[in-house]
Ligand binder design. Structure first.
Ligand SMILES: [Zn+2]
Length: 274
């Protein structure tokens, strides 16, 4: 069976991949692996040294856990504590925990503590966005802690999911009846995704951008637009938190599925089947 996979659109934090002739179940397995199985690094334990801010330790710890950190190198370098051979009781060692510290005090003015104030001991692990507020300190207040970040997966807690969105949509099939269309341009101005364009040849459209909202069909007085979808063509959209690039999330998800299939084969082999 022939199949075709192509990247339709991509940006720094998203990727749109078109699958033609690939079973929907397989694409869904990739989607689920991207959300729940691809690892990233996040703060998991915080030892507070001083916290005289208005927020409880637990609230600050929770906020810290949700800050995405760059994980490109970390997912190669670190091991998840449960898989770490160095620490048997899952206590944590240098091979599975990265230390991040912070010590900020407000002197005479109010002071907001941001993610940029965090000091990771491993320079490959940085907050994806330096401008995430953690807490506001009043004059004289101090926040100091040592946090431990570790690898985890979205199925354990969503803070470890490098993909904030992963969905599958049908590929739209658009046709404009040239005999009915009077080039009024209502579809062009109504479409929220800017699918339609007026050219010297008439109305042209980009099916890859369509989200099947049907606004163009509703607004066309001439009933010239027909909207459906292509059989066997699906679009996978992955949006990243910034922990990993969207391309990396996709390739890591594929690796995870291949490894799972390999372990199934190995189990079958143990029973003497081939
Ligand atoms: Zn360890």
């Amino acid at each position: 069976m022939g199949f075709n996979i192509s990247v339709v659109e991509s940006g720094s934090n998203y990727i749109k991949i078109l699958f033609d002739g690939v079973p929907l179940q397989l694409i869904n397995a990739i989607r689920r692996a991207a959300l729940a199985e691809v690892p990233s690094i996040a703060i998991d334990e915080v030892i507070f040294i001083d916290n005289t801010s208005a927020l409880y330790d637990e609230i600050i710890a929770h906020r810290l856990g949700l800050i995405p950190f760059t994980s490109d190198e970390a997912i190669e370098k670190y091991k998840a504590p449960e898989e770490c051979a160095e620490c048997k009781e899952a206590e944590g060692c240098e091979g599975c925990y990265a230390i991040i510290t912070l010590d900020v005090s407000a002197k005479d003015d109010m002071l907001t503590v941001y993610s940029r104030d965090l000091i990771p001991h491993d320079p490959s692990i940085k907050p994806v966005n330096p401008d995430i507020p953690i807490v506001v300190l009043a004059p004289g207040q101090r926040l100091a802690f040592e946090a431990r970040a570790r690898l985890g997966r979205g199925k354990e807690h969503i803070k470890w999911s490098p993909a904030t969105v992963a969905n599958i949509t049908y590929l739209a099939k658009i046709s404009v009846d040239g005999n009915r269309c009077n080039l009024c341009g209502k579809c062009i101005s109504t479409c929220p995704r800017k699918v339609f364009n007026l050219t010297s040849k008439g109305i042209e459209f980009d099916e890859g951008r369509c989200i099947l909202c049907r606004q163009c069909v509703k607004v066309c007085d001439q009933e010239a637009i027909e909207l459906g979808w292509h059989d066997g063509k699906y679009m996978l959209y992955i949006e990243s938190s910034g922990a990993l690039s969207p391309e990396r999330i996709f390739s890591e998800a594929l690796k995870i599925i291949v490894n799972k299939l390999r372990s199934v084969y190995e189990e079958i082999d143990k029973f003497g089947g081939s």
